[in-house]
Design a protein around this ligand. Sequence first.
Ligand code: DQA
Length: 148
Amino acid sequence: MKTILLIHGPNLNLLGKRDQAHYGSLTLKKLEAIVKAEAKVLGYRILPFQSNHEGELIDFIQKNSEKTDGILINPGALTHYSYSLHDAIIDARIPTVEVHLSDINKRESWRKISVTKPACIGQKFGKKEKSYLEGLTLLHKKLTTKKS
Ligand code: DQA
């Protein structure tokens, strides 16, 4: 079975307690369960990981990318400034989709910038958990489209 890493960055362990207008009411556990269920239908195993520490996220990507087919990542605020996370995604050499619960383009101006997006095959945002399902669909399309 193919494997997808489901990675969450800083503060996303507090989902359910954070501003629900932006992030919805689901806990991280519930969100992971929703993604896992949809991934299973598409034929993937999900390996979830959350950390509040940039280096731990990079260590996780480095440790697992060789035996993994794709990455679905919500880097949290690291999205907006972590060049090392950008590089870790590039170096993983597997399709990666960036996802956000909130609409980062309709909030503070600094949230409109994603330094990790250029390392990804796509970005889905603004639809709460549906952003993740759209991200998964995009990843699935990429993984099942034969290269010519
Ligand atoms: C977020 C958006 C980020 O700007 C923010 O720092 C987060 C969550 C989202 O999912 O909407 O922690 O990535």
